[in-house]
Structure formats: C-alpha cells, structure tokens
Write a protein that binds this ligand. Structure first.
Ligand SMILES: Cc1cc2nc3c(=O)[nH]c(=O)nc-3n(C[C@H](O)[C@H](O)[C@H](O)COP(=O)(O)OP(=O)(O)OC[C@H]3O[C@@H](n4cnc5c(N)ncnc54)[C@H](O)[C@@H]3O)c2cc1C
Length: 435
C-alpha cells in the first residue's frame, strides 16, 4: 500500500516537515510551484528561501527566540542544523548567509532517498491520503481558494495588526478594569486613561511619527478596510477622530477620579491566562521604534514591553483555534495537516517548529501511532497550544515569547533568572523524551 505523504510548499515549514517524515522512513512527495511560479516575495529557485531578513533573531537560550532554536536543535531539525552551519557574525543573533543556507537545505532535501521533489503548483488539496499544507503566507491564489473551501470560511488577510503587550509591563496603578457601560465580564477590558493634556501630547506624537515601508509589493499604499485602518492614518483625519473611535471614553468611569476620562486606550486579553494584552483598535504601520516611543506616552504604558509589534503586509492564515488540533492536524480530518505561517505562527523559526511537529505527526499517522504534542512548558508546545486554543476569538498570528509558555511553579522576580528557569525546564523535558 502506498503510504507516502504529500507536503505542499517547500518553504521553511514544508522542508522541515518533509525531512522529519523522510527521516522516519516514510516517502514524501514535496511540491513547490517554484521555479515556474514565484510569489511576489520569493525570488530564488532554491527551497527554504528567506523572503526578508536573514536573521533568526536572538540565540541566547534565556530569550524566547533562542529557546525555540535550542528546542529545534534538540529535536534534530534540519533547518536549524543548516542555519548553524551557515551562520554569519550578528552579535547575539543567529543570522545566516541566505544563499548558502537555502542551497544547503535544498541539497539535503533533493538528495534524501525518501523525498521526491515535484516542481508544480498544487491547485487542489488532495482529500484522500495524508497531506501537509505549508504554502505560506503568500500561498498562490488557486490553493488559497481551495483552503478557504476546506476551512469553510474566508482566510484572514490582515493588512494591519495591533501590538501585543505583556501584562506584567503595564502600570496597573494607572489603569482600570471595566467594560463600557459595565456590560460583560468586568475583567474583559483594561483601560488606560489619558487627560486632555496627555491626549494632546500623544496625538501630536502619533501624527508626526514615522511609518514603516509597506512589506508589500502590489501597491505602494494599499487600500485598507475601515475595520483595520492603521491608527496613525485614522488620527490624521482630525484631532478628535480617535476620541470618537478606538480611544472613545464613553461608558467608562475612572475609579480614581470618579469621572469619565478624556480618552482611553483599551487593552483586551490576548490569551486565556491574561499574560498578554492587545491594544484594541491600535493596528499600526509605524516603525517599531516609533511604536515604542509614541505608545509609551500613555501613562499606564510608560514602561510597556511589546512582544509583537503592529505590522502591515499581506498574510494568509487560517482561523486555527477553530480548525486545528495542537499537532497541527485538522479537527475535521486528522490526515490533513497545516504547517508554517499559514497556521498563524509568526516568523521563520516558528514556522519551522510547526513543520517539525506536523511532520512528526503525519508520519505517526501513517504508522498508526498516537499523536505527539509538546507540552506548554516548551516554546514549541506553547506555540502549538496557542494556535489551537479555542478560547482565542479574534485570532492573530503569534511568534515565540514567554507570555504564552506555562508559568513557573515558583515566582521568580528577576527576569533573567526567570527566563533561564523557563529554558532549563524545557531542555530537561526534551532531554527526557525519545521522539
Ligand atoms: C513580505 C514578508 C516578509 C517577511 N519577513 C520576515 C522576517 O523578516 N522574519 C521572519 O521571521 N518572518 C518573516 N516573514 C514571515 C515569513 O513568511 C515566514 O516566517 C516564513 O517564510 C514562513 O514559512 P512558511 O514555510 O510558512 O512559508 P514560505 O517560506 O513562504 O514557504 C511557502 C512555499 O510554498 C510555495 N507555494 C505557495 N503556493 C503554492 C502552491 N499552490 N503549490 C505549490 N507550492 C506553493 C511557495 O513557493 C513557497 O516556497 C515575512 C513574510 C512576508 C510575506
């Protein structure tokens, strides 16, 4: 019986998934539309192409990005192995010579006896057999259509997203929990009030802040839906526009003054644990440094820590919390898997991690073995649990960060010590398993 597995897309996630399957002795048909057809961001005919930066972020194990990479090393990831070999000096970050890196992964993939590479655009996802869909954030139009049919819904294309902050970095003495007109659960929204003077200062900084170049290609200044208009664009419509929009104070009373604030920035829980908050209606395309500078003018956010900056570019991703299990298979069809940025993990190594887990599990499916999920004490597990967490209603992509990992049993105030403890907990776990 042919138990080969299809992998659609030979980017970061697809190459890792194919490798994991092949290393388990199962044949893989790996498809990519390159070099016959390129997305607007892909340029090289090699596989596993880095479409933008050549950095995989920090390499220190006591950083979220560094821990993720260490976990991938411990789990025998092909992509991280090639990245380590193609490393170029970049301070504390792991950056690579992008050409060498892609060429090395391509060579490993093309020469693996169990991987059959097929250069073809896949327009329809096979509904029979075992398949991993790893067509990326710029998946071709035909497959995007089929994916949205398969998922019974529109794919989310976000043009602009709001920053996400850590709860611990918000000054709770200058913020208060309340829903407008006291509707719903009182802890749904955390309000950061501004006086008239504070608002005016914030407003002036916002409208004069520098915007980032659009990570886009189709148009220089893409039309955005009103619903996700960058806050800096909206602000330019007039000094009070935000006070009638995302910063409206109606239905709120500051318990400290007993009065309605002049304006508020509302924060909403981003995860079930309440360790992360997003800035409601604050989707933005400001440069990262400008986001930090301008938004810290809000008194409660003076020392805030952003774990995901607001960004603007085309990004195709599915509503994973309603569609996927934490092994990246579909709830409706356990033989169909998604991997990579299209699942809502965000970033190169995050995509690799989902490729690794989906590859391992696709192989286990055809070998009739139990599904394998990493626990939330690991960064890989925290990401897979995040994207499959049904409690997340307005799902937006998520990169590695310590806000999504399980808290420690003891409280460690010192950040560096706490992060080191996260790292050793995860490494000890991975060293104890055999997968
Ligand atoms: C403009 C832009 C800039 C980015 N910059 C960064 C950055 O600096 N750092 C970072 O960490 N992340 C960045 N990202 C996110 C980045 O895309 C992901 O981190 C990573 O590339 C995702 O890996 P993936 O495997 O999911 O998709 P990809 O690496 O994009 O791989 C998808 C593959 O699928 C193929 N494909 C698509 N449709 C089909 C089809 N129908 N049939 C066959 N093959 C198909 C494509 O040719 C491609 O090779 C950026 C994304 C975009 C869009």
């Amino acid at each position: 019986m042919d138990n080969s597995i299809n992998v659609i897309g030979a980017g970061l996630a697809g190459c890792e998934a194919a490798w994991q399957i092949a290393q388990r002795g199962i044949k893989v048909n790996l498809y990519d539309m390159k070099p016959a057809k390129f997305s607007p961001a892909h340029k090289s005919s090699n596989l596993c192409e880095l479409v933008c930066s050549n950095s995989f972020k920090a390499d220190r194990i006591d950083s979220a990005a560094g821990l993720l990479k260490e976990e991938l090393r411990l789990l025998n990831s092909l992509v991280i192995k090639c990245a380590d070999k193609c490393r170029i000096p970049a301070g504390g970050a792991l950056a690579v010579d992008r050409e060498k890196f892609s060429a090395m992964v391509t060579d490993k993939i093309l020469n693996h006896p169990f991987i059959n590479f097929i250069s073809r655009e896949v327009e329809k996802i096979p509904r029979e057999g075992t398949t991993i869909i790893a067509a990326g954030p710029l998946a071709s139009e035909s497959i995007s259509k089929d994916i949205s049919e398969l998922c019974s819904g529109e794919l989310s294309f976000f043009d602009a997203a709001a920053p996400i902050l850590t709860a611990e970095s918000i000054n709770m003495n200058k913020a208060f929990f309340q829903s407008r007109y006291d509707k719903g659960d009182g802890s749904d929204y955390l309000n950061c009030p501004l006086s008239e003077e504070e608002y005016m200062e914030f407003y002036e900084e916002l409208i004069s802040a520098e915007r980032a170049p659009i990570h886009g290609f189709d148009v220089a200044d893409p039309k955005v839906y009103e619903g996700c208009m960058p806050v800096e664009v909206m602000a330019k419509r007039g000094v009070d526009t935000l006070r009638f929009g995302p910063m409206k104070p109606v239905g709120l009373k500051n318990p400290e003054t007993g009065k309605r604030p002049f304006a508020v920035v509302q924060l909403r829980k981003e995860n079930s644990e309440g360790t992360l908050y997003n800035m409601v209606g604050f989707q933005t395309n400001l440069k990262f440094g400008e986001q930090k500078r301008v938004f810290s003018k809000v008194p409660a956010l003076k020392n805030f820590e952003i774990i995901r900056y607001g960004v603007m570019h085309r990004n195709t991703f599915i509503d994973s919390p309603r569609l996927l299990n934490s092994d990246y298979s579909m709830r409706e069809n356990k033989n169909l898997f998604f991997a990579g940025q299209i699942t809502g993990v965000e970033g190169y190594m995050e995509s690799v991690s989902s490729g690794l887990i989906s590859g391992i599990n696709a192989a286990r499916r055809v070998l009739n073995q139990e599904s394998f999920c990493m626990p939330k004490i690991t960064m890989i597990g925290a990401l897979s649990k995040y994207i499959s967490d049904e409690g997340i209603l307005n799902f937006q992509p998520m990169g590695a960060n310590f806000g999504i990992i399980s808290p420690l049993n003891e409280v460690i105030k010192d950040k560096k010590m706490r992060y080191n403890e996260f790292a050793s907990r995860s490494v000890n776990y991975i060293n104890s398993i055999n997968i």
